[in-house]
Design a protein around this ligand. Structure first.
Ligand code: PLP
Length: 328
């Protein structure tokens, strides 16, 4: 008998992937088109994104996942060996990108409020933040981001991989702050992590600095078409946002009632911790078919932490039942 596949609650992806957009892209992609180098699809996707967001097409850049755009932005905006400042804990790719560029990422400890003064006083070359933040789920207010932008005109890279789940974003700030660059992705609320498409939003001069470093064909024709199909069918994304918010409201108080330390989240995942013996707990969940993310220790916080992605109600019920067996 085949055992059922492990439920991936470790990837911060939505539980119902966007197979509809893939089907549409596949049906519209004859082999002779896919066999050729990518053509006009990228320009068309940029125009579609810009149109719906009320931006000029030159304000949109496309990349092979937002990971590629992050790497390009660090290389374009930080001198070799320079530094970026952000918060801690945050997305593990930030230090890696800076280190690959001979530099370093400086993380300022942060609980809920953005440490605007400390960030502004840092002599770093770049501000690098995620809102909502991974792994905490904290979304920073537009007011606090704007105060930071007013205090320093060095470039600010704001990673909004999970902004759709928060219900607000920093796009309105693009009009007044030419140093702001926002990163978005089709991997999360659009349900297409496998196609590897991300987009950057910012003033044309900033977007051009990134694009100058990019190879001409880093995103495939099929991926561009699938992203376009997802963009043109926003009801899928709306349903995923509604589902994630409903599950967040459902799961959060129940985890608290079981006694787990869990932080309020504006994203599609919850941070649990500090928890005693995170490793055996993660192993027990794995044995029950639920994979969660065990996080490396945070320099600024004691104890160990797990990050759990919100699943379907059925998956969240299973998670709650398992966690209930191993109360903290
Ligand atoms: C904060 C953050 N930014 C970016 C990414 C990467 O997204 P992509 O799949 O677009 O490379 C992730 C993925 O988990 C993430 O958590």
């Amino acid at each position: 008998m085949r055992s059922s596949p492990t439920v991936r609650l470790d990837l911060n992806t939505v539980p119902r992937l966007n197979t509809g957009a893939l089907d549409a892209a596949w049906r519209a992609s004859p082999p002779d088109v896919l066999a050729q180098y990518p053509g006009p699809e990228e320009r068309a996707l940029k125009r579609a994104i810009a149109g719906r967001l009320g931006l000029r097409a030159g304000m949109v850049g496309i990349g092979h996942g937002s990971d590629e755009l992050l790497d390009l932005a660090v290389r374009a905006l930080v001198p070799y060996g320079g530094s970026a400042v952000g918060i801690e804990p945050s997305f593990s790719m930030y230090p890696r990108c800076l280190e690959a560029h001979g530099g370093r990422f400086v993380g300022i400890p942060c609980r809920r409020r953005l440490p605007v003064d400390q960030l502004a006083r840092s002599p770093a070359d770049l501000t690098l933040l995620a809102s909502p933040n991974n792994p905490t789920g904290t979304a920073f207010s537009l007011g606090s981001l704007e105060r930071l932008l007013q205090r320093t005109d060095r470039p600010m890279l704001l990673d909004e991989a999970y902004a759709e789940f928060a219900g607000h974003d920093a796009i309105p700030l693009l009009a007044d702050y030419p140093q702001l660059l926002i990163l978005r992705t089709f991997s999360k609320a659009y349900g297409l992590p496998g196609i590897r498409v991300g987009y950057a939003l910012g003033r044309p001069a900033l977007i051009r600095r990134l694009e100058r470093l990019r190879g001409p064909y880093s995103v495939s024709t099929f991926s561009l078409r699938a992203a376009r199909a997802a963009w043109d069918a926003p009801e899928y994304c709306r349903d995923r946002i509604r589902e994630a918010r409903t599950e967040r409201r459902w799961l959060f108080p129940r985890l608290r009632a079981q006694g787990w330390p869990v932080a309020p989240s504006s994203a599609n995942f919850l941070l649990l911790g500090p928890v005693a013996s995170a490793a055996p707990l993660a192993e027990r969940l794995e044995a029950a078919g639920l994979r969660v993310r065990r996080l490396p220790p945070f320099p600024s916080r004691p104890g160990e932490h797990l990050r759990v992605t919100l699943g379907t109600r059925e998956q969240n019920l299973r998670l709650l039942a398992e966690l209930g067996e191993h109360r903290p």
